[in-house]
Ligand binder design. Structure first.
Ligand SMILES: N[C@@H](CCC(=O)N[C@@H](CS)C(=O)NCC(=O)O)C(=O)O
Length: 203
């Protein structure tokens, strides 16, 4: 399998962490693609018309996107413990946690484009503030639920961990740990997992 990703992408990291936890990383060749909405990557756009990473090409040559679909696919290849609780409240909790982590990453990535890519004279501070308010509210909700966050990886907590890792990478100046002590205490050991250590984002 081939994975279009980049070392900076939090969604790409999510897939890599999942693949690592499922013991499938060795079956995936990583193809680092540098791209943005204004600088698409030809190979990625050919596989994913949305021009986004991560995109997985299966051994059968089928392109799969986005991170949610790719991880469900990888999970289906794995015979052992699933990253997706099978049913009941645990399943809906994990999927909602995934949605919250994805949403924080969406807002943080969009704001990065807004503040780094967009020409300075075209920037709109209120738009940027609106995006970061989603991150602020997301962190507040995570702090409220921190006591119930699992210390073993499932689709929910691994997504949240990637979102927090992205804030460390791109928004270190915002010091998300201050004001979120329980979340920080949960993240500390989780971030030491080999899957997280092997995928620390970089430019
Ligand atoms: N919902 C997607 C989001 C993927 C995404 O936003 N990827 C960013 C990089 S982190 C991207 O490819 N941006 C390029 C673009 O938007 O054109 C997923 O879960 O995979």
């Amino acid at each position: 399998m081939q994975l279009f990703s980049s070392p900076a992408s939090p969604f790409g990291r999510k897939v890599k962490v999942a693949a690592h936890e499922l013991d499938l990383l060795g079956r995936i060749e990583i193809n680092n693609a540098s791209l943005s909405p204004i600088a698409p990557h030809e190979g990625v756009s050919a596989a994913n018309p949305l021009g986004k990473i991560p995109c997985l090409i299966t051994d059968e040559g089928e392109p799969l996107f986005d991170s949610r679909v790719i991880i469900e696919y990888l999970d289906s290849l794995h015979g052992g413990t699933s990253l997706f609780p099978a049913h009941g409240p645990a399943r809906w909790r994990a999927l909602t946690q995934q949605a919250l982590g994805d949403g924080i990453m969406d807002a943080a990535v969009a704001n990065r484009y807004e503040t780094v890519l967009r020409p300075e004279d075209l920037r709109w501070p209120e738009w940027s503030q609106g995006l970061m308010l989603k991150v602020t509210r997301g962190l507040a909700r995570l702090e409220e639920m921190a006591d119930s966050l699992s210390s073993t990886p499932d689709i929910g907590v691994l997504t949240i961990a990637c979102a927090l890792g992205y804030l460390d990478f791109r928004y270190a100046d915002r010091s998300w740990r201050s004001g979120h002590p329980k979340l920080a205490a949960w993240f500390e050991p989780f971030s030491q997992r080999p899957s997280m250590q092997a995928t620390v984002p970089h430019a």
